[in-house]
Design a protein. Structure first.
Length: 220
């Protein structure tokens, strides 16, 4: 059964000097998740933020912290991100030494496990992992930067994933990340995604109003 649609505002696009207020705004808009993009300058070209901000964020909100690790060999840091208060830890299939072991480590730390795939990684490569995952993240842009446009070739992967999990009755959320805005969110949900990351579409302008509007289009 298709799960509830959830919006996950990505704070990569937030005003970091007023992060607490930005969080209050998305809470006021009704958001349930905060998407937290960790970039290491190696798996992706950019470096974003890491542990200290996450631990402060954990103290500032009860929203679900959806941590997206764009880092090489994420296994090295799963325990630490778990202890800092991540609720969902998503690692990249392409970056893991051993994806099965990474999922087990996340679960052993009492957290929900997500696996992300880049645009060039096929659904076939991760099918066998889906029964052990809480969430699969199909990137809709090349990871590394906010404010890009959806790569249309990624959308078929979303529908392949949806078909597969429905067919096999697998309880796994399907998340999409990158380039999602008010003018394409309905289409992306129609392809089968149910957890929607949005950075610039939320934080450019009034984050509370933008959250409400995106959630309205999502049927929430
Ligand atoms: C990109 C990040 C995204 C980013 C999305 O590598 O994983 O989460 O913040 O930003 P927008 O919604 O602006 O494309
Ligand atoms: Zn992300």
């Amino acid at each position: 059964m298709k799960k509830r649609n959830i919006l996950a505002p990505s704070i990569l696009a937030a005003d970091f000097l007023n992060l607490g207020e930005e969080i209050r705004r998305i809470e006021a808009g009704g958001a349930e998740y905060v998407h937290y993009d960790v970039m290491d300058g190696s798996f992706v070209p950019a470096i974003s933020f890491g542990m200290p901000i996450l631990s402060q964020l954990r103290k500032a909100t009860d929203l679900t912290l959806d941590v997206h690790l764009m880092i090489v060999r994420p296994e090295r840091y799963i325990e630490e991100f778990a202890s800092l208060g991540a609720d969902i830890i998503t690692v990249h299939y392409e970056a893991c030494e051993d994806p099965v072991k990474a999922i087990k480590m996340i679960h052993d730390n009492g957290k929900k496990a997500g696996m992300a795939i880049k645009p060039a990684t096929s659904v076939d490569e991760v099918k066998a992992l889906l029964p052990s995952l809480d969430m699969i993240l199909a990137m809709t842009v090349e990871p590394g930067f906010g404010g890009q446009s959806v790569l249309p070739e990624c959308l078929n992967k979303v529908s392949q994933l949806r078909e597969y999990v429905e067919d096999k009755s697998i309880e796994c959320d399907i998340e999409v990340d990158g380039g999602i805005r008010t003018d394409n969110i309905a289409e992306i949900i129609a392809y089968g995604a149910n957890v929607i990351v949005a950075g610039s579409a939320v934080f450019r302008g009034n984050a509370a109003e933008n959250t409400k509007e995106l959630m309205r289009i999502m049927g929430r």
